[in-house]
Unconditional design. Structure first.
Length: 305
């Protein structure tokens, strides 16, 4: 069995930037085992397998796999899949905006594709999230030690460190400077000796409200015991927690907030995530997360039936 697939760079408008995502637009015949093996073989952070069991032109079922396991929800594959389906003619675009529904393991996701002259230009999906927020976190000294930064680099005036979970817990740590985010190095030995592992969070979302780029408001980076020292992984899955974190502060007024978060830099596959957050002072937030994408590659893979 020979199956077509495509690779897109997501949350960027420049090739060889952003996050690489593989998409199989017609994966109806693949078994769970085959999907897992293919994702392991392609070895990108996420691979999406698309099927259309209902036959509805405006709906698709999506399964997402990392090289190690299936993932119930991930934002990057949603953007990549909508962009690739539109680019390859798998869905018919209407001028201006085209609405889709993706069925993930975590539930249905509404997707809108903006287009111009029959080509996709921007993809946005809607997600409603509820969070659990804990203000009990490691001390500033501990945080600084396992991030290999100075204690005074951590912002404890405007923001504060909080543990936020929208299903997966993140230790969200604010720092004053963009350079601190970029230069931080995770220290596993210090982490294991601190109170941090007791929080249940295994990933730290380090961020700064300062960035040298005019198209973003925050720079964010994920670090942790399961992330390589030199890695700068995609942050899309952490955006619900980050948005909930921002909404948890009293100075965040109720209403719709629009902001952009970038990851990486010009030399490290920079991504820009555009977020609209409806903050109504309730536990549930409505988020609209969007971005651009570019096509990088297409190919065929041979699968034993």
């Amino acid at each position: 069995m020979v199956i077509d697939y495509f690779i897109a760079d997501v949350f960027t408008n420049k090739i060889f930037s952003g996050a690489q995502i593989a998409v199989f637009p017609r994966a109806d015949k693949l078994t769970d085992e085959q999907m897992a093996l293919i994702a392991s073989e392609i070895n990108l952070s996420e691979t999406a397998f698309i099927s259309n069991p209902s036959g509805d032109a405006a709906a698709r079922k999506m399964r997402v796999f990392s090289p190690l396991a299936e993932i119930d929800f991930a934002g990057h594959p949603i953007i990549a899949t909508a962009f690739i389906l539109a680019s390859c003619g798998e869905i018919q675009l209407t001028e201006g905006m085209t609405a889709l529904m993706f069925e993930l393991n975590s539930g249905d996701i509404e997707v809108n594709i903006s287009s111009l002259n029959g080509k996709p230009t921007f993809v946005q999906f809607t997600n409603k999230v509820s969070s659990v927020i804990d203000r009990y976190t490691p001390s500033i000294a501990e945080l600084a030690e396992f991030l290999s930064i100075k204690p005074e680099a951590i912002d404890h005036k405007k923001f504060s460190t909080r543990l936020v979970s929208c299903g997966f817990p993140y230790l969200v740590v604010p720092v004053w400077k963009y350079e601190t985010v970029r230069n931080a190095i995770f220290n596993f030995a210090s982490w294991s000796q601190s109170s941090a592992p007791q929080t249940a969070a295994q990933e730290i979302l380090l961020f700064s409200a300062k960035t040298p780029y005019q198209d973003s408001n925050f720079n964010a980076r994920l670090l942790g015991p399961n992330i390589g020292v030199h890695e700068d992984p995609p942050v899309g899955s952490a955006m619900p927690a980050f948005s909930s974190y921002l909404a948890s502060f009293e100075f965040t007024q109720q209403g719709t907030h629009v902001f952009a978060v970038d990851r990486g830099d010009a030399k490290n596959r920079r991504s820009v995530l555009n977020i609209e957050m409806d903050h109504k002072g309730q536990p549930e937030l409505t988020l609209r997360i969007g971005g651009e994408a570019v096509m990088v590659a297409e190919g065929k893979i041979h699968v034993a039936e």
